[in-house]
Structures are given as structure tokens and as C-alpha cells.
Write a protein that binds this ligand. Sequence first.
Ligand SMILES: Cc1cc2nc3c(=O)[nH]c(=O)nc-3n(C[C@H](O)[C@H](O)[C@H](O)COP(=O)(O)OP(=O)(O)OC[C@H]3O[C@@H](n4cnc5c(N)ncnc54)[C@H](O)[C@@H]3O)c2cc1C
Length: 402
Amino acid sequence: MAQRIVVVGAGLGGLRAAEQLRAAGFAGDVVVIGDEQHLPYTRPPLSKEGLSGDLSHETVVFRRKASVDDVTWRLGETVASADLAARTVTLADGSDVAYDGMVAATGVSARRLPLDAPLEWRHVIRTLDDATGLRAQLTAGRKVVVMGAGFIGCEVAASARLLGCSVDVVDPMPVPLLRPLGIELGSELQRRHEQQGVRFHLGRTIARIDGTAEGPSLVVLDDGTELPVDVIVEAVGSASNVSWLVGNDLDLTDGVLCDAGLRPIAPAGPIDSVVAVGDIARFPNPLFDDVPRRVEHWNIPTETAKRAARVLLSGLDSLPTDELPPFRPMPAFWSDQYDLRLQSFGLPGFGGDDIRLLEGELADEAVMGYHRDGVLVGVVMLGLTRRSAHYRDLIIAGAPPA
Ligand SMILES: Cc1cc2nc3c(=O)[nH]c(=O)nc-3n(C[C@H](O)[C@H](O)[C@H](O)COP(=O)(O)OP(=O)(O)OC[C@H]3O[C@@H](n4cnc5c(N)ncnc54)[C@H](O)[C@@H]3O)c2cc1C
């Protein structure tokens, strides 16, 4: 009988896993189970050009390779649990799906603040349905409060300004994007947003949200500041979708702890019949150090799927167990805010306080370098995208040898 591989999660990682299984020669059944109703689509436009422009499934759906035409897509179905010893997943309706191999690709959800205000008043932005719901609310003149000055919060603030909304951003940190970018670059982005009319309330938390049956009307900050509001966006980070894996003796404290082959680590060692890809995979990257990390960056689902497919097929004896080169993916990320393209390579957050301007002018186009023990481990580029290859090479040159 043909072997069956079940992919849980129909996002970028799930799609890439299906493609990579076929690319590696797997001819058995591939079943992708996803809780959204949609075929896999790209998420970055949901907070950027999609939110301020045209947004529909057609505008964001991924083009699928012919190699995955025979994949079974079970959309609108949630995996409630998994029994890795029995090799089955159980759906929310109680039915079981047996597998020979399984790919965990369930990504992350938007984190929520413990506020005493209805969730319907607080838009999050993780799915296409979230974004279309929010898009309908963002009409010119409406008052928007964004909770969280991270990448998604700043992108939503920029999109809302482009749509003519009035925008306040609240964050407990003293500078937007402080953790990923540092003070200098974060302050420069704040300046650019303020130039566009965004008001920041930094070092502040939300004390209360008032409203009526119609929706929210007032956000009150911890210093008593009152912000009249029509639309609230909660963009305060993410939580890994791993609850369905509970009970299998895995380390799920931050995503799924994996080895360098993306296999989940159990007390008896890595599990051969399962791999994790994308945002939920916490894996070591010898390009930096041996500390396993989750990296919510665009290229990671693709890179992890490529490696994981080969490792899984070797575990299932569908591929010879070749000696694979070390898995050292270079994390890459971008963000668009107004006409600014910000690009990042490496792990800026892994650097300490040693952050230096490497090229250009902060007020114009610039490259910031993030160092650890004097070695470049990450760069963030404001514009200057033509210099990407040069800086990627510099990070690789400083990395421990493969
Ligand atoms: C608004 C937004 C903007 C972004 N912008 C950028 C950017 O500019 N640059 C960048 O590098 N990255 C960006 N990202 C991050 C990037 O999109 C993610 O890193 C990428 O989508 C991760 O892919 P994934 O397959 O791991 O997870 P996802 O794409 O999240 O897919 C996981 C899928 O699994 C489903 N699922 C979860 N639990 C279950 C279950 N139990 N059963 C069945 N299905 C389940 C989820 O609903 C989802 O459909 C952005 C993300 C968002 C949300």
C-alpha cells in the first residue's frame, strides 16, 4: 500500500512541505489538513499593500506547482490532537487520519492582551479573514488605535494612514521596534511615522477600553490619557499553535523543539516519523550558535520544508539516508511602511548592544549592523536593497565554519 504523509497546517510551510516531498521523489499520498477555508496564500500583504489596497483570496493565493495537483486538501478542518506513537491525528469532529509520516506546519496565532474588553472590539491580523474584516473598518477619518509597535503594528499604522485614518499607537517600550532593531533605527522609524501623522504613546499600557453595543469608543492608558477610538488593532506578538501536540512528551515551551533535521525531540531521542516546519519549528542554526530558536521570517518555511522533507523521507526509508550538509539557513525578512522598504538578514536580535551604522545616513538610506563579540550577526537595511548580497556574504564570512 502507498505510504501516506499528513501535513497539518495549510499555510506557506504546509504548501512548501507538500512541494518538497514531491520534489524529493515521494510518490505516496500527501494529505494537507488546514483549519482555514482557503488554499495557501501569502500573509505579508495582509498588513501592507493588501490592507491599503485590493484584498481578496485571488490577490494573495500562492501559485501552486503542478507537482502538488494530486495532493488532497482538507480545508476548514482542525486537527485537535495527535498520537505520535500510534501515528494518527484526530480532527475536531473526532475522526482519525492515520499516517506514515507527518509534517507539523501550524504556524502561530495572534497573542491577546488580558484586557476586560470584548475580543470583537480588538482586531488581530493573522489570516485573510482577519484582514478583510479589518479592511472594511478602515475608512477615511476613522480613529484607529494600534496596540503594539512591532512590525505588524507599524505596518498596520502605515496602511491606516494611507487610507486616511487617524492613528494612535500604544506600546510599553520606549521606542517602536526596539527589540528587533535597537534604539537608533527604531527612533528613526518613529520619526518617519510621526512625519506621516501617526501619534505614538510609548512606555504606556492600556488601562481600560470603554464602549457600547456599537463597539469601542475610548481607550484609556495607564497615565490617564484618553484616546477616542472607532477601530482597535491588537498587534502584540504571537503564540505557537502547538496545543494539538500536547501529550506526546515533546518540548512545546516555545514552538516544537527540534533537532537540526527538524525532527521533534522526545525523551528517547528525535522522532523519525515527524518533522516541523515554518514558524513553529525551534531548531539550532550553526550559522549563529547551537541554541534552538524559532524564526518567524518569510524564508524559513521554505528552507525548513526543503530540509524536513528529505529527513522525513529518509526516516520512512523512501530516500537513502545521505549525509546532508549542515542546515544553516540565513534568516531573511522585509517590511514595507509607506514608501520605505526595510530588509533584514541574519539575526539582529542575537547581537547585543553593539549596533553600528555600516553605510549611508539613517535619515535617508542606511545599513545597520548588529554584532556579537565583534562579529556581524545581522543587518537591517533601510532601502539600499542592491547591497543585500554583500551583507549576506559578510554575515556568512563571520559565521563559524560549516
Ligand atoms: C500580517 C502578517 C504580515 C507578515 N509580514 C511578513 C513580512 O513582511 N516579512 C516576513 O518575512 N514575514 C512576514 N510574516 C510572517 C510570515 O507570513 C510567516 O513567517 C509565514 O506565514 C509562516 O508560515 P507557516 O506555514 O509556518 O505558518 P502560517 O502561514 O501561519 O500557516 C499555518 C496554518 O496552519 C493552520 N493551523 C493552525 N493550527 C491548526 C490545526 N490545529 N489544524 C489545522 N490547521 C491549523 C493556520 O490556521 C494556518 O493556516 C507576516 C505574517 C503576518 C501574519
